[in-house]
Design a protein around this ligand. Structure first.
Ligand SMILES: Cc1ncc(COP(=O)(O)O)c(C=O)c1O
Length: 458
């Protein structure tokens, strides 16, 4: 089908709809939730193990790595809700929360589906993704707990950008180890981090012992999130003053908890519209945007208050859930982190250079892993070419260029909507648009120039 001028063709229909109530649902700053939801208190979470003793980690084991409050939150399986400090809520407000919930009318029309498709707009954050939700929280706690310098990893650069903004906001120094393939694919991400004041090194780097050892073995190695995590943790624990700590962009339970701001806002927005979704869909890298988006509704499902199905979408090139093994593994490639019980492809897994850099991680958040193991959520994997096809379809119908990571969710949604069309069922599908793709144009460029079997005309 020819999609040229699709948006303009349907401009008339927007006027006819007269901006229906469910076209774009926003709430006010006062509606920013006052607490995060800690699902571990409801359904538990597998213990994290100290690889030296193979016993559950203690706060003392984690405190050289994370600040005190991050450690407490990571180990908390008791408190169902954790208060969001006012300073953090103010920052959430300044940087665009509450984010809109929007209906994808034009995508629905293009697909000819009776399904209603909604998406939560985490792409409107100033750094372009959901990552700021945890960056603000972790940076605030580090400042309060006495840290002066943070270290971190970044894949696509979204987490590094968010943490750079947050560190600038709260007055902390930041060193970012950026996976080398992404460093080369996305040079402007580096500029964004540096604009906010972050220092950025391609990983593997000569800055750490581990980086040097990897480079000695393979000087052209493109890196992985696992490698970058080892470098960032090594740098943090090597500072004997204790003023340097590590902040993590995903996988850990406290990060997933910070992200529940998304799912709680979403439930309030859906309540306003009187909607309970049939399907909720998000992409998964380390699991944090999926968790934040879905956990509050999963709580409702587990209590019999919703019948929603949950779909996690990952790349075929990095199929942690769909092809990984559920077992204890290290969170990093250099084996210096604790061990997490999770679906893993092995900590030494080296994925191909897929453009969804944020999904190139070997493991998965332990609670997301348990939910998948217990069949409370489903998962599916798609190859990169199908992801970009879905991304272009979304751009040409809804006008938003999605991040390649988020485009995994879009592909999952398109398939569900076409399934609903086959069955002629008016299903409600909600997905998390975890980020925009305006800095991912190298991936788009490659797809547009090389695609073998275009489903949509340009
Ligand atoms: C836009 C975007 N979406 C999703 C992800 C995946 O991360 P997670 O599974 O932790 O949400 C990333 C990671 O960098 C990202 O940048």
């Amino acid at each position: 089908m020819l999609l040229d001028g699709h948006i303009f063709k349907y401009a008339y229909s927007i006027i006819v709809y007269m901006f229906p109530k469910d076209g774009r649902m926003t709430l006010t700053v006062d509606d920013i939730p006052k607490q995060w939801y800690n699902i571990a208190a409801d359904i538990g979470s597998p213990d994290i193990l100290n690889p030296g003793t193979m016993k559950p980690v203690t706060a003392a084991d984690l405190s050289p790595v994370f600040c005190k409050t991050s450690v407490e939150q990571e180990l908390d399986k008791t408190h169902r809700f954790i208060d969001i400090p006012d300073v953090v809520r103010e920052a959430y407000a300044q940087f665009g929360r509450v984010t809109p919930l929007q209906r994808a009318y034009h995508l629905e029309q293009y697909l000819g589906t009776p399904a209603k498709i909604y998406f939560k707009r985490e792409d409107v954050s100033p750094t372009g993704s959901h990552k700021l939700n945890s960056a603000i929280a972790q940076t605030y706690y580090n400042k309060r707990d006495g840290s002066e310098h943070l270290t971190t990893e970044t894949g696509a650069g979204q987490w590094g950008s968010a943490l750079s903004l947050a560190c600038n906001y709260f007055g902390l120094d930041l060193t970012v180890f950026m996976v080398k393939v992404s460093f080369e694919q996305k040079p402007f991400r580096r500029s964004i981090m540096e604009t906010y004041g972050g220092k950025v090194y391609p990983s593997p780097s000569p800055m750490t012992r581990y980086g040097k050892s990897v480079l000695a073995e393979n000087p052209t190695y493109g890196g992985t999130l696992g490698t970058a995590i080892t470098e960032a943790v090594e740098m943090a624990v090597s500072d004997t003053t204790g003023k340097t700590k590590y902040a993590i962009g995903s996988v850990a339970n406290h990060v997933c908890m910070h992200q529940t701001i998304i799912g709680q806002e979403l439930i309030a927005q859906l309540n306003e519209l009187d909607i309970v979704p049939d399907h909720m869909v998000a992409c998964v890298g380390g699991g944090s945007n999926f968790a934040g988006f879905a956990f509050p509704m999963i709580e409702k499902k587990l209590k019999g208050k919703a019948d929603t199905e949950f779909l996690a979408v990952e790349p075929s090139e990095v199929p942690s859930l769909t092809k990984g093994e559920l077992r204890y593994d290290f969170g990093d490639s250099g084996c210096i982190t604790p061990m997490f019980k999770m679906y893993t492809l092995g900590h030494d897994f080296s994925p191909s250079a897929v453009h969804a850099g944020g999904l190139r991680y070997h493991g998965m958040n332990p609670i997301v892993s348990e939910l998948y193991h217990n069949k409370i959520i489903n998962a599916v994997a798609y190859p990169e070419e199908q992801i970009f096809e879905a991304a272009v379809t979304f751009a040409r119908t809804e006008g938003i260029i999605p991040a390649p990571e988020s485009s995994h969710a879009i592909k999952g949604v398109i398939d569900l909507a076409l399934e609903a069309k086959k069955k002629n069922e008016e299903q409600v599908i909600v997905f998390n648009l975890s980020g925009h793709g305006l800095l991912d144009m190298v991936g788009y460029e490659n797809y547009l120039r090389n695609r073998k079997n275009p489903a949509v005309q340009i």
